[in-house]
Design a protein around this ligand. Sequence first.
Ligand code: XUL
Ligand code: CO
Length: 459
Amino acid sequence: MSAFAPPKSKKARDTGASSNGNQKDYFKGIGNIQYKPDAGADEVMVFKHYNATEVISGRTMAEWLRFSVCFWHTFRGVGSDPFGFPTIKRPWDDGSDSMENAKRRLRAAFEFFSKLGIKYWTFHDRDISPEGETLEETNRNLDEITDLALELMEQTGVKLLWNTCNLFANPRYMNGAMTNPDAHVVAYAAAQIKKGLEIGKKMNAENFVFWGGREGYFTILNTDIRSELQNMANILKMVVEYKEKIGFKGQLLIEPKPKEPARHQYDYDAMTVIAFLRTYALQEHFKINVEPNHTTLAGHPYEHDVVMASVCGMLGSIDSNTGSPDLGWDTDQFPMDVKNCTMVMKTVLEQGGLAPGGLNFDAKVRRESTHLNDMFIAHIGAMDSFARGLRSAVKIKEEGILANMVQQRYASFESGLGAKIAKGVSSLEECEDYVKQNGEPELVSGHQEKYESVLNHYV
Ligand code: XUL
Ligand code: CO
């Protein structure tokens, strides 16, 4: 994510000048996106697979998929990369840090959500509202902007999937936020999180996310890892206490990522986060927000963390995006690969849904995709890919062929010694006796290609 402009020293107050009064038509000529299953290949401003109200496997598609637009990429992304300047200029955005501009962005965003028919959004505190000179001023800005956001949410029926704190862009966080070696910075992060939780409560956020982009190290030589991990756990304990104190009901989520911007990030992948939570007795209070592009950055297959978190009962939400597996960094592309989406939805179905989590498009249009329509096309394409993934996953589940194949593969644990091992009531001596009586096990094929062919039948 590189959509964050460096903080400006200029005062960020509303000048009160123009256009935050009336709703504007920022996307002229684009109406509400329709479901048109028979649309031709070149019709890309319609849904061909996502039919929000269609009931499938007991729920509407909207309820299964719980799509969300992220504010930071879609309304703060300007197309800059480490080698190039911005390429994307939105007609409502004058590029300033003014409150006026922040309000225009919000109005454009809610028009976009409504036309797309998406029911959730997500934001970082600093995407929607400029930092002031002091924490108090920053918080006042945030209060004013979230008042408008609440109004727009009420008008449109769009809800907040989650909010989060940007604890990585400001220079004060260059050595970490909750894991900074300076207690003053840790306190600043805690104060920012306190406000974030209050905003979450005010806006009825269904979740609250922690992503620790600078919680990690660049060199072990200057890092007291034990102390950093303990401090992070202690701040998260304060979060649990404060959340209960103010009666904020959202699910707390941690989003793993192995590296970038830090060289090593403590929240490396789903299993590392789960181990951290269990080590510090926090597992009851948090779940995981898996982002598949982070999973592949950790060297795992696309669906790995979704599956691992789900198996541990810890899959809370998904930042549904993808990378380019041939590149080694976080490109945050829109998820367009139907097989990947099928694998994710297969797990989501198996665990009975994602609520209160959802599929948040933490994805940005390419630097070269500069047209306003590209914002729609990207989201529609990704929503359709997930709709196809859902339809395929439902068929896979209903026909039960893959599940039967897997069950057969493990059938030896259903009776005899296998059942005792599975229940945890056998012993090493008993296993030794069994082998003495039964000799060498047969080689049983794993049939990988058969499983892959069966999956292909559905995708
Ligand atoms: C960064 C990333 C973040 C989190 C929220 O890679 O994914 O946008 O989702 O801070
Ligand atoms: Co993310």
